[in-house]
Design a protein around this ligand. Sequence first.
Ligand SMILES: Cc1cc2nc3c(=O)[nH]c(=O)nc-3n(C[C@H](O)[C@H](O)[C@H](O)COP(=O)(O)OP(=O)(O)OC[C@H]3O[C@@H](n4cnc5c(N)ncnc54)[C@H](O)[C@@H]3O)c2cc1C
Ligand SMILES: Cc1cc2nc3c(=O)[nH]c(=O)nc-3n(C[C@H](O)[C@H](O)[C@H](O)COP(=O)(O)O)c2cc1C
Length: 782
Amino acid sequence: MKIAIIGGGPAGLYAAILLKKQRPQAEITVYERNRADDTFGFGVVFSDATLDNFEKYDAPSYRRITQEFAYWDDIAVHFRGTVHRVGGNGFCGCSRRKLLLILQERARELGVTLLFEADIEDEARFADADLVVLADGINSRFRDKYIAHFQPEVDVRSNKFAWMGSTRPLDAFTFIFQETEWGPFIAHAYQYEVGRSTWIFETDPETFKRAGLEGLSEKQSADRMAEIFGWFLEGHQLLTNRSMWRNFPMIRSKRWVKDKLVLLGDAKATAHFSIGSGTKLAMEDAIALADAMQRAPTVAAALQQYEDGRREEVEKTQHAADVSLVWFEHVDRFWDFDPVQFAFGVMTRAKAITYDNLTLRAPDFVAEVDKAFAKQVRSRGLDVDIEKPVAPMFQPLRLREMTIVNRAVVSPMCMYSAEEGVPGDFHLVHYGSRAVGGAGLIFTEMTCVSRDARITPGCAGLWNDEQQAAWRRIVDFVHANSAAKFALQLGHAGRKGATKLMWDGMDRPLEQGGWDVISASPIPYFPDSQVPREMDRAAMDVVKAAFVAAAERGEACGFDMLELHSAHGYLLASFISPLTNQRTDEYGGPLANRLRFPLEVFEALRSVWPAHKPMSVRISATDWVEGGITGDDAVAIARAFAQAGVDLVDVSTGQTVRDAQPVYGRMFQTPFSEQVRNEARVATMCVGNITTSDQVNTILAAGRADLVALGRPHLIDPSFTLKAAAWYGAEISCPPQYLPGKEQIFRNSVRDRQDFDDLKIKAKPKTRAELKAEATKPLAAE
Ligand SMILES: Cc1cc2nc3c(=O)[nH]c(=O)nc-3n(C[C@H](O)[C@H](O)[C@H](O)COP(=O)(O)OP(=O)(O)OC[C@H]3O[C@@H](n4cnc5c(N)ncnc54)[C@H](O)[C@@H]3O)c2cc1C
Ligand SMILES: Cc1cc2nc3c(=O)[nH]c(=O)nc-3n(C[C@H](O)[C@H](O)[C@H](O)COP(=O)(O)O)c2cc1C
């Protein structure tokens, strides 16, 4: 077999090693345009888990790599004169140059031919090869040559970064967030060998310009960075090696394989440097390719297996990298945070590290986070214990004169079980059991303000006395038997009205018994949905009056809070989104116009809703469609409602139009809550695929939301919050009838948690830094 590998970076060299081990008879050649020891960059990082993989696939190179490595366990966050350190991270750093020399040496030993200063212009010269590996890096000539086939998507990010080195020793992966007269600068730094560390400097484009970095030489910009970070460098130099400022390109390729050509490493996909995974991904690609070549009967089958098997893992890493880079791009959102909360946000930004996980690894740090959180609560006038604070989820929140005892919320969820809008026994049991289950705040389902405002014939309403009495019974039960506050969500279905019950066909038009629907513009939801009537001013007045009447009935029922549903493509949302509002009058056009009617309804409600009771608004913070609402619009929308007196923005997303492309995942809507909260400076509630109390605490402690709503988890577990309280040892009220059950779970949870923590600690292998520390510990210390 003949294999040609273009590019002698980590991907190409490691592929050569693994393939040659597998097929000693194969003729494998690596073509590298540079000289053997002529490389850019300083250090590379690998996690312990990645090193375990290297050990399994090629022990000799693994041993040489680890001999040369610097190990560290801690991440240190420097911000506003403070430093927070968190251990247990298990990372290693190594010089990129040494890594390449080790891989070259190992490849030669195995019989791979390495040709340097061999710049390949055209892969046609490898016509007789069975496999051509394109490992030619981020600017891959061959990916671009076959651009129509590989279909790379290149997303050039806004921040500027430069890769430099230093002689400054470091004993932790170090993040420095530095305020300057021009704006914030960030350093990501780690040691990779004795007396050498990598320094990546990052800043936003405006700060870059203000700092006059544009057009400076490498040396001049290194001098400028040395001035800014001089206090930390302690006289050590900054070193440069092709350290130009650039913008990071996130690259994703639709296809990785073309006939016998295969893309590997940066050539096919990149991952932002802030999660230190570029070299890891490149070498793990080589592992995946070698595995596929081992298993598959033909080269063509192997390449397909490589692509099919590897794509998900690469995309997961890219997603984590995306989340992380976005955090750094928006660091200004957190700039005025308490330093410990800021550091918690840095640690948990990419979702892999959580509140519980940090509690195990760095209990003192989490204790400090809890304390800072409790202090914030106290500064808002609530008398909470700051010496022994409970976890953030169990800290109260005050909105106007309503105090919610904890931060867990039952999200509004239609039950489609009302008759003529009247909630019945099902609703009493449903809301009653969730209130008794401990959530601090529960929302009603979207409660419709008139008969023709319903989504389905099963939707609850509040437009007549019978409905009012039925809701009153439920509110009274909740207040008499729990500490929960109860919020009424009022809405109008708009163009999504007159549709079937969820289990008969969500959003599908009713075949019989429907009613006329209205919307901002006459655009049907499905092509075969009813075409809504465009609302004129008279229709707006009717709808507004219906909202006001329902709010007055809500007050008479005794609800504690009122939410205006302006999300998910329903009537008010249809005004806000440009995709559903194509009006040419003063209610269409720019966002301020599109907001006019929803704000008018809100203001009318605010004027009749008692001043001491809070109001919220639910919004779709993105439509997940090009040309629709974006996170930046959501900030403007939140500001407009805040100005009109909203106390909380309930940040959901989507459901506006059929062809939306949401990016699902754990906590997938939380970034929008974070943006709205920290840019519009308004309290937010986040929601969406949040399933554990650990996630709830992580979100709250990082300042990404003020309340956390859970929908589906509450459908199957009404006692979600009570169980979480037992887990975290937080006091929680419970009806006297259930006290023996509460006492039992609180007792058992202490032991269960201890067992769980022990198991986790036992299951986690020691990091190389810990093993090294043990191996070098003097005997006397045993
Ligand atoms: C300026 C810069 C600095 C970096 N520094 C670091 C760092 O310090 N630490 C870190 O972890 N990551 C660093 N990275 C990222 C890291 O280099 C990559 O994620 C990783 O090296 C990917 O490995 P690769 O083998 O796919 O590509 P590369 O390492 O880029 O290797 C591709 C190789 O192909 C060669 N090549 C390209 N075209 C041809 C051709 N036509 N013919 C022959 N040879 C060709 C190139 O010379 C290069 O050696 C840096 C990236 C950049 C852009
Ligand atoms: C059955 C069901 C009914 C829902 N009804 C409503 C509703 O009436 N009003 C509303 O604003 N959101 C409604 N939603 C959306 C939820 O409030 C929540 O935002 C969504 O389910 C995402 O949260 P989750 O991942 O925790 O379930 C509903 C969701 C479900 C599953």
